[in-house]
Write a protein that binds this ligand. Structure first.
Ligand SMILES: C[S@@+](CC[C@H](N)C(=O)[O-])C[C@H]1O[C@@H](n2cnc3c(N)ncnc32)[C@H](O)[C@@H]1O
Length: 259
């Protein structure tokens, strides 16, 4: 038995831990506990629940209203790791500044960032979005089409990134990627970046934007970016999507070309 005196001695430590890590507790509560309860109650995935909300609150053909409906759901009801409105503004700006004609997105999830990118693209541009989870992809396909983007503008590819990247040239006729958005599992960032470097699909001035490089973090990826000398880069700091108080950032890389 622990004596009450010893238990009391640990109380300040416990309180300090709770205060210091309170935002991580909130994230755990919203992303894990709330999800488990709703999964059992509804028999649907959280992506399907979010889509039901979007379907009943957004205007078909209006990407802005679809993003607003997602943002409401994810900030007030259930956490979903969409890029969210704050980091989304950085994504919007980078896409608009670069006017990319061929875009690759790794990690579609519900299609939130796909819609965000697609609405900022110039006429005639094409976005290939890669998602390996078939159930998420089903939701994403509906979201993308609800927003009004057809198969010529946004093509959803349901497969893991390491199987898709080597086939982009042969199967999809891609000659060069102007913009790549990485938002899939963080352990895939470095191998996929190296695969892209080896594919010859990156050209001088190609831009790569990688989300969550601070939280959960992608240290090996950042180390390679810094050491390789292949990129100009900067990190845009911003809070984690839909949760206050957790620091995150997006790395923007500009490929300098083969030296
Ligand atoms: C953080 S979510 C993407 C969020 C989305 N970009 C947005 O902001 O709306 C990550 C998604 O990447 C997918 N994913 C993870 N690793 C992948 C891989 N290697 N290839 C394809 N999809 C992957 C997961 O199934 C998940 O749906």
């Amino acid at each position: 038995m622990v004596s009450p005196a010893i238990a009391l001695a640990f109380l300040p430590l416990l309180l300090t831990m709770i205060i210091r890590y309170r935002y991580y507790f909130v994230l755990f509560y919203r992303a894990v506990l709330v999800r488990i309860v709703h999964d059992c109650r509804t028999g649907l995935s959280r992506e399907e629940r979010a889509f039901q909300h979007v379907l009943t609150h957004a205007t078909p053909g209006d990407p802005d209203s679809i993003l607003d409906a997602f943002d409401y759901w994810c900030s007030k009801v259930e956490f979903i790791s969409n890029i969210g409105p704050k980091k989304g503004i950085v994504l919007d700006r980078i896409v608009k500044e670069n006017c990319p004609l061929t875009v690759l997105e790794l990690g579609t999830h519900c299609g939130y960032s796909t819609v965000r990118i697609a609405r900022s693209l110039p006429m005639g541009a094409r976005l290939y979005s890669v998602e390996m989870d078939a159930r998420n992809a089903l939701v994403a396909e509906k979201v993308i089409r609800l927003a009004g983007f057809d198969d010529d503008t946004v093509e959803l590819i349901v497969n893991p990134s390491d199987e898709v990247i080597p086939k982009l040239r042969e199967d999809f006729g891609v000659e060069r990627l102007d913009f790549v958005f990485m938002d899939h599992w963080k352990r895939c960032y470095l191998p996929d970046l190296q695969m892209l470097e080896g594919s010859g699909l990156l050209g001088e001035g190609s831009v790569i934007l990688a989300d969550n490089v601070i939280f959960p973090g992608a240290p090996n990826f950042l180390r390679h970016v810094k050491k390789s000398g292949l990129y100009e880069y900067r990190v845009h700091r911003a809070a984690l999507e839909y949760i206050r108080g957790i620091r995150d950032g997006m790395a923007e890389l500009t490929y300098l070309g083969v030296k």
